[in-house]
Design a protein around this ligand. Structure first.
Ligand code: NI
Length: 435
């Protein structure tokens, strides 16, 4: 009995351990064949790092200005095709979009990279310096584009394991000159966030203030809105010796310039950051003539949507009051540019866990919101967005120069980090939000 009992137990044990072994080996089989996405992202990011660097250098050597990214778009398109995707070109003129349909059901998200360069003469002395003289990838959009290509390549290889759909948005004209519509706005107008409808959008920007390996973000308002305005003060010309016979547009303009600053100091809640800058002033004909016209041009930046709404009206009140006090007339045109870039708080909280899991808690920093603007805001205005900073600084190697400078030289080790982090952020979102 005892023996028999033991035999039964032994047999049961054997059966269950065989079952366990089979389960385990099945698990192992799944891991090896389809599965552990995290490990795959980690190892694949380093495997393709060389390619990503090669693409980045090609893009860096061949920079193109806003809305002229023809060769860049072709290059991006040809690589996306190699990854097995079917890119659509000509979106917002020179943009490229591709959709990766995962093998498992889940939500649809987008990742965006900007592709344009700046009218700057490169002085880095790099062997892959710009061949297009006077044009330079001085804002790291070559990084953004090649990182997104890396993410597209990596995730395309594991298509069947992806729970949802990913739209890769290669955006033109982020740096569009003032007065022209920026690429993000054009893409939104052309419906890039629809068909399939995007639930969340992700983006990153290189940050030379952060060491390579570090990441930065802010929840809520992250980058300022950016508007531009022109004020034309119209006075009356007279001889400089007889000012009472004219209306001095220069004197009126001077009062307007000074008084506009009282909006920031006296009219807007001091806890809401606003900048009003007049960057250009033009008027007058000669030293002894009372000027009949002065044109002022400037920009307004805010991190607060309420302040953003209020400023133009307050400006108008001041311009109107001062000109009428002096008998002058005016024209005032105010153009709204990018809205405030807001990182959706819930999406941010969830995405930050992916950042921390990928790069380690100590590498992820909350950064101070900036008064600079970013046209990613147009996307994040439509759907929840998460935009973060990728550190590219390297003091030892002298890679310390800011964006939009001729010496900007981001550390290329950030490319691999960018691919790894962005892939994880997106995959985590899809996994956590698929039913
Ligand atoms: Ni930029």
């Amino acid at each position: 009995m005892q023996i028999k009992f033991s035999t039964v137990i032994l047999r049961k044990l054997l059966v269950s351990s065989a079952l366990l072994i089979s389960i385990l080996s099945h698990e192992n089989f799944v891991t090896a064949q389809d599965g552990n996405m995290d490990n795959f992202i980690d190892s694949k990011s380093s495997k393709i790092a060389k390619d990503v660097k090669k693409w980045r250098r090609h893009l860096h050597e061949n920079p193109e200005l806003s809305s002229e990214e023809f060769k860049t778009a072709k290059y991006v398109e040809s690589l996306l095709k190699k990854f097995g995707l079917k890119p659509q070109n000509g979106v917002a003129k020179t943009g490229v979009v591709a959709v990766l349909q995962g093998g498992l059901p889940g939500p649809t998200v987008a990742i965006r990279a900007d592709m344009d360069a700046l009218p700057i003469l490169e002085e880095t002395g790099l062997k892959f310096s710009s061949k297009n003289k006077g044009v330079m990838h001085a804002c790291g959009h070559d990084f953004h584009t090649s990182i997104l290509l890396g993410v597209a390549k990596l995730l395309s290889e594991r298509k069947k394991d992806i729970p949802g759909t990913i739209k890769f948005i290669f955006q033109p004209a982020e740096e569009a000159p003032s007065g022209q519509l920026v690429g993000a706005r054009l893409m939104v107008d052309e419906g890039v966030l629809k068909n399939p409808d995007i639930e969340a959008i992700f983006g990153l920007h290189v940050e030379p203030e952060l060491d390579v390996g570090d990441l930065g973000y802010a929840s809520g308002p992250f980058m300022a809105s950016s508007d531009l305005f022109t004020i034309t003060i119209k006075g009356k010309r007279s001889h400089g010796a007889y000012p009472w016979k004219g209306i001095d547009a220069i004197l009126v303009a001077a009062e307007v310039v000074t008084s506009l600053q009282t909006i920031v100091s006296r009219r807007i809640d001091a806890r809401k950051p606003v900048v009003i800058t007049i960057g250009k002033i033009n008027g007058g004909e000669n030293f002894n003539i009372i000027a009949d016209e002065v044109v002022l041009e400037g920009t307004v930046r805010t991190l607060d949507p309420d302040a953003h709404a209020k400023v133009p009206e307050l400006m108008k009140e001041i311009i109107d009051g001062i000109t009428s006090a002096h008998g002058a007339k005016y024209e005032f045109s105010y153009t709204r540019g990018a809205p405030v870039t807001v990182n959706d708080p819930e999406l941010t909280a969830n995405s930050v866990s992916s950042l921390e899991n990928t790069s380690g808690i100590d590498s992820v920093h909350i950064t101070t919101p900036t008064m600079g603007a970013e046209d990613f805001a147009w996307f994040a205005n439509e759907v929840p967005g998460f935009y973060f900073d990728l550190g590219v600084r390297n003091e030892k190697e002298g890679k310390i120069y800011g964006v939009h400078t001729a010496l900007f030289n981001p550390d290329e080790r950030a490319l691999e980090i960018g691919v790894r982090v962005m892939s994880n952020v997106v995959i985590d979102y899809l996994r956590n939000n698929s039913k």
